[in-house]
Design a protein around this ligand. Structure first.
Ligand code: GLA
Length: 393
């Protein structure tokens, strides 16, 4: 059987003239439900997808770190002993450098290495190519440095890498957790306050996960993302002040307290909190529906989530709304919604497996006609999380 990481090993051999010692793989993800709740200590339910980032590497005798990205057909070299500074101009290598820096901060001695990077997670489409890269690098460096962190700690280290000056995005924990902890045929319930996780069986015979890439680049996403975080924090502080009570996170605000004080909140904060509170409940309901493989119920929750993200959280866009509208008219579709940060990127639909091909044709035709661009469609089922393979000499 050809394993998922063979292309990385072959690419390494071609570039560096010998076999790699290690190959790490980390998947992208799709969030089924629970959007913009992770950084508010809420609930999320993502699944890993069958597209991944792969890194092949071999330790060197000197302290050169040579990175080559097949996707960008570009190479860069650093000297480990000179400590890699946050790059002036951020690029694909910033993610790797950020993870190296995190290991060094923890006292690990990172060796020089030749590194080959490849993958098929679409970039900038909201399927977490960045988290996959960080997690993939973390798994590799954990082995190469002999650090032996737990999988959760490696995910947290990857998130710190993304927050650091090297990358600078204040993301929640969802993407790194699912890329690290995903399992085949399971979604992952994450309590983003306690960081507890639970695998939720997903019956792939009943439904395919179909991802529709709007091909709209998520231009404003970083600034709008930080703005949403700010509006939530502001609303949260106001509720605490008005009610004279303290809550651990937004999700700990009792519904009756929110109802009592919501009229006194600025409109934006009120809507942002309303989305968070209703979305957390939808995640719980979705998990319950999965117990009975009740995809009709799960699908209805996807439509509700989309409506809330569009009207209350205001992170959708015309393209994503149109995808959801088209999906709602197609045979065999249980439900559909935008997924990820929003403002472009992808939508996710749950579809009867036998209807997925026909759905794709119709979506390509109708969306293509409306926006003069062909959407990419990825049909997937929950895939395993990150792994590392050692290649015997
Ligand atoms: C991005 C972030 C995640 C999460 C989603 C929105 O993907 O990286 O942490 O906040 O947006 O749900």
């Amino acid at each position: 059987m050809v394993s998922r990481d063979d292309d990385a090993a072959r690419g390494f051999e071609k570039r560096y003239g010998c076999l790699p010692q290690f190959v790490s793989v980390a998947p992208g993800r799709v969030n089924l439900i629970g959007e913009h709740t992770d950084y508010n200590g809420g609930f999320v339910l993502p699944a890993a997808i069958n597209r991944s980032l792969r890194i092949a590497a071999r330790v060197r005798r000197d302290d050169s770190l040579n990175l080559y990205s097949e996707t960008f057909n570009e190479s860069v070299s650093f000297s480990i002993s000179a400590r890699i500074r946050p790059p002036q101009i951020k690029g694909w290598y910033s993610y790797f450098a950020a993870v190296v820096d995190q290991f060094m901060n923890r006292g690990a001695s990172v060796p020089g290495m030749d590194v080959f990077i490849c993958g098929d997670v679409p970039l900038g489409a909201g399927l977490s190519s960045s988290a996959a890269f960080e997690v993939c690098a973390a798994v590799l460096l954990d082995r190469a440095t002999g650090t032996k962190l737990s999988r959760k700690d490696l995910a947290l280290l990857s998130q710190s890498a993304e927050h650091s000056e090297y990358v600078g995005v204040k993301c929640g924990i969802m993407d790194q957790f699912i890329s690290m902890l995903g399992e085949k045929d399971h979604a992952l319930f994450i309590d983003c306050f306690t960081l507890e996780t639970r695998l939720v069986p997903f019956d792939s015979n009943m439904a395919s996960i179909v991802i529709i890439n709007s091909m709209k680049k998520r231009g404003l996403v970083d600034s709008e993302y930080n703005m949403r975080r700010h509006e939530c924090e502001e609303g949260f502080r106001l509720i605490e002040r008005l009610s004279g009570r303290n809550f651990s996170t937004i999700r700990h605000i009792p519904p009756e307290i929110f109802d009592e004080y919501k009229k006194k909140l600025p409109e934006k904060s009120r809507k942002r909190l309303a989305h968070n509170l209703s979305e957390n409940q939808r995640v719980m309901d979705f998990v319950q529906a999965m117990k009975y493989a009740d995809f009709a119920k799960a699908g209805a929750l996807l439509y509700e989530s989309h409506e809330s993200l569009k009207s209350d959280y205001e992170v959708s866009c015309g393209e994503l709304d149109r995808i959801v509208d088209i999906a709602s008219l197609c045979e065999g579709v249980y439900g559909c919604r935008m997924t990820g940060a929003g403002f472009g990127g992808c939508a996710v639909a749950l579809i009867l497996p036998s209807a997925a091909e026909e759905f794709s044709k119709r979506m390509i035709g109708e969306y293509g006609q409306a926006f003069h661009i062909i959407p990419e469609i990825y049909i997937t089922s929950p895939a395993p999380g990150a792994s590392l393979r050692e290649i015997k000499e």
